[in-house]
Write a protein that binds this ligand. Structure first.
Ligand SMILES: [Fe+2]
Length: 223
């Protein structure tokens, strides 16, 4: 089997009261598992059914396979963005956000607004674009930053299955509650990983080089 359902990085009830055990059981145990199962059924017997990483299946598919594989990927990412032991973003993380959004409060307002106003089902993302700028995007259905060569940093799932059990139709309240569970160390780690994956000439020219050492230090001291 090429794709496996990830283990949750926390217990099913660890995010209560923001996200109930029942929501996790449906969202992770039914919806997320369903995308993984569908992906595996669709790649069975194809060249993608041979230990091909999920990111490569996403990048090399379209139609129903893309929808399911991208949703499997997006959900993997979503769970990693949440923690039952949240800490505020580190000073350097805040500085990087201020570089591109003016202030942290402005970023929070723009991000939550993007998530709240996305029409229909989809995802709000904080991404690092090809110019190494932080950008907020609204992506519908299974759309995902990795097919645009963007690096995902943070996401919030705004499909109704993410919040309807706990919040009914109040997406805004779900988002404001979820904001308190963001794992900012994971957000920073995605920037650090992006930087270290660059080839040497690109790393030397990267505008992120002024941030990486301190981001890394801050992530290590709070481990
Ligand atoms: Fe979802």
């Amino acid at each position: 089997m090429a794709v496996t359902l990830m283990d949750l990085p926390f217990a099913e009830d660890a995010l209560e009261p923001v996200i109930s055990r029942e929501t996790i059981q449906y969202h992770y145990g039914k919806h997320h598992k369903g995308y993984v199962d569908n992906t595996n059924a669709l790649i069975k017997g194809t060249e993608l059914d041979d230990e091909v990483p999920l990111v490569d299946i996403v990048k090399n598919s379209d139609g129903v396979l893309f929808n399911n594989a991208a949703q499997a990927y997006n959900h993997n990412f979503y769970w990693m963005c949440l923690t039952p032991d949240p800490m505020p973003p580190s000073p350097k993380m805040v500085e990087l956000i201020e570089r591109d959004f003016g202030s942290f409060e402005s970023f929070k307002e723009q991000f939550l607004n993007a998530a709240a106003t996305l029409f229909g089902s989809g995802w709000a993302w904080l991404e690092l674009d090809v110019n190494e700028k932080l950008v907020i995007t609204q992506r519908s259905n299974g759309d995902t930053p990795i097919i645009y060569h963007h690096t995902p940093l943070l996401t919030m799932d705004v499909w109704e299955h993410a919040y309807y059990i706990d919040y009914r139709n109040d997406r805004k309240k779900y988002l404001e509650s979820l904001w308190e569970l963001i794992d900012w160390k994971f957000v920073a780690s995605n920037i650090i990983d992006y930087y270290h994956d660059l080839t040497e000439p690109c790393r030397e020219n990267s505008e992120l080089c002024d941030y990486i050492e301190m981001l890394q230090h801050e992530n290590e001291v709070t481990t």
